[in-house]
Design a protein around this ligand. Structure first.
Ligand SMILES: O=C(O)c1cc(=O)[nH]c(=O)n1[C@@H]1O[C@H](COP(=O)(O)O)[C@@H](O)[C@H]1O
Length: 242
């Protein structure tokens, strides 16, 4: 059964920051959400938490009026993706990711029919550079070229939004137009450790380059004061938008 609609007002600047709850347990996630308080309105649940009670926690967050991005990065035969998306659509989440393969995207669009769930297509992971694509078996192609190709396919198949690095956001915007969402991980406040991310920009750069939402996990959830970091990023976003 779907949960009640989200009370966060449309256009709330805080919604531009999606906080990745990449933590090992619901208890830790709950504690971080409580510490962040009203500085955070939109949370992402990915592999680590999803497989550790995260689906029930998603319902809890939605019940508290938060928005939830289920980052499941689905990719399977069409029937499995379509039925999986149909199940996820009942949870009341706002976003769900699938990998940007045409069969998968087509199936996801069919599976979400009749629900308010938005499907985001992950083009080329932000931890990949051109060498990683060659290692994965792609004929020489740049990450930017492959992102552009997949963004065009996502647009043609009726996908709601694109996940890419902000370094590709301007090119993606030109391809998908103003109405589709661009969601960018690989965001690092100035001076923060990039970790395994390879195509990285700061929050302000991400928004300037045209991202609708920034995804940030470790710089917030591993911080001594997660609320302060979230507030600082929202301030950066607001400054660009002002
Ligand atoms: O789909 C995603 O959210 C995603 C796509 C991508 O290309 N790169 C990427 O980092 N992500 C996710 O975004 C988050 C980024 O985490 P941090 O690098 O800790 O900020 C992680 O939860 C990743 O799973």
């Amino acid at each position: 059964m779907s949960l009640p609609p989200n009370p966060i007002p449309a256009g709330d600047i805080r919604d531009k920051l999606i906080i990745g709850l990449d933590v090992p347990s619901v208890e830790e996630a709950r504690a971080i959400v409580a510490r962040i308080g009203d500085a955070g309105t939109f949370y992402k649940i990915g592999y680590q938490l999803a497989y550790a009670g995260g689906f029930e926690f998603a319902r809890e967050l939605i019940g508290q009026g938060k928005k939830v991005f289920l980052d499941l990065k689905l990719h399977d035969i069409g029937n499995t993706v379509e039925e999986g998306v149909r199940s996820v659509a009942r949870l009341g989440a706002t976003f769900l990711t699938v990998h940007a393969y045409p069969q998968t995207m087509r199936a996801a669009v069919a599976g979400k029919a009749g629900s308010s769930l938005k499907i985001l297509a992950v083009t080329v992971l932000t931890s990949y550079d051109n060498n990683d694509l060659v290692e994965a078996g792609y004929a020489p192609v740049t990450a930017a070229e492959l992102v552009a190709r997949r963004a065009g396919q996502a647009r043609d198949l009726g996908i709601d939004g694109i996940v890419c690095a902000a370094t590709e956001a301007e090119r993606v915007r030109a391809i998908v137009g103003p109405d589709r969402l661009i969601v960018t991980p690989g965001i690092r406040p100035a001076g923060a450790d990039a970790g395994d991310q390879k195509r990285v920009v700061t929050p302000a750069q991400g928004i300037r380059l045209g991202a609708d939402h920034l995804v940030v996990a470790r710089p917030i959830v591993k911080a001594a004061d997660p609320r302060a970091v979230a507030e600082a990023i929202v301030r950066d976003i607001a400054d660009v938008k002002a």
